[in-house]
Design a protein around this ligand. Structure first.
Ligand code: BEZ
Ligand code: FE
Length: 286
């Protein structure tokens, strides 16, 4: 085909993919080309703007390594990650809602007994987290694997510290026979998503802030139930309505209750104020 012009180019590209052996890939690429071309037409994309876009994506690629995934940060801050999560994790009413995984989950987690202190030196005020894992009929989910991770008082995850060779404020526990779990950690704090790369440059150019409200991440898995990836968000946080990655759900907001020095839930005497957080998770059957 020759003499393709601005009116015929979209169909010409789509036709070129007609024989793609993978039908799903063909459908995705057809839609992508249609939307990409429609976008360029709609904004009347100039050559300089096209090149700025190419440069931006090139810089994004250069920022990626085995510890940093700048493309996911773009997906997060443009709402694509939350859209994909919401579409793929529709839950019946009563089940705990899912939210974004984020970049700070690690596969190899330290395992703890119930009641353990997972702080491991992370800075922050003490916090006792308690709750249950249940099914939609109220049944206890025993032996559910709970992976938990969070930012410390300085707004950093353990994996963001250079040279730290132990996990901090992160660990894996298993629910008891009655579905209950409890552990000690530090109070989760609000923090900005990384801003030292193209993702941060984009947020600044768009007049957006980079902050996420304080939250505690959970990944909960149990045989016979759908895996749940979610956060508990801290009630009262100033960023609940402007989360940089659009992940807040009202049903996931809970109170971190402050207590004066005294007897802590684990029976020890706390010389400093401490917090408690109670939250029950409801899983959907597979
Ligand atoms: C997080 O909650 O860990 C997170 C999610 C998306 C982007 C950056 C951080
Ligand atoms: Fe987080």
């Amino acid at each position: 085909m020759r003499n393709i012009d601005e009116d015929t180019i979209t169909q010409a590209v789509i036709a070129r993919h007609a024989q793609a052996p993978d039908a799903r890939l063909r459908d995705i690429m057809t839609s992508l080309v249609q939307h990409l071309h429609a976008f360029a037409r709609e904004v009347k994309l100039t050559e300089a703007e096209w090149f700025a876009g190419i440069q931006f994506l090139t810089d994004t690629g250069h920022m990626c390594n085995d510890k940093r995934q700048e493309f996911i940060l773009l997906s997060d801050t443009l709402g694509l990650s939350m859209l994909v999560t919401a579409m793929n994790h529709r839950r019946p009413p009563g089940c705990t809602e899912a939210t974004v995984l984020g970049p700070f989950h690690v596969e190899d987690n330290q395992r703890y007994e119930l009641g353990a202190d997972i702080t491991n030196g992370a800075p922050g005020e003490p916090c006792y987290v308690r709750g249950h894992v249940r099914g939609l009929d109220g049944e206890a989910v025993a032996g559910a694997e709970l992976q938990v991770w969070q930012a410390d008082a300085d707004g950093f995850y353990d994996v963001q510290y250079e040279g730290l060779d132990q996990h901090r404020a992160r660990g894996t526990l298993h629910s008891a026979a009655d579905g209950s779990f409890h552990f000690k950690t530090v109070v989760a704090c609000e923090y900005p998503v990384p801003t030292d790369g193209p993702g941060g440059k984009m947020l600044k150019a768009l007049g957006r802030h980079a902050w996420r409200p304080a939250h505690l991440h959970f990944m909960i898995a149990a045989p016979g139930y759908r895996r749940l990836i979610t956060h508990i968000f801290r009630n009262g946080d100033r960023y609940l309505d402007s989360d940089a990655v659009f992940g807040v759900r009202s049903s996931l907001i809970a109170d971190w209750v402050r207590h004066e020095p005294g007897t802590a839930p684990d029976g020890t005497q706390s010389a400093t104020p401490f917090y408690t957080l109670d939250f029950d998770f409801v899983l959907e059957k597979e």
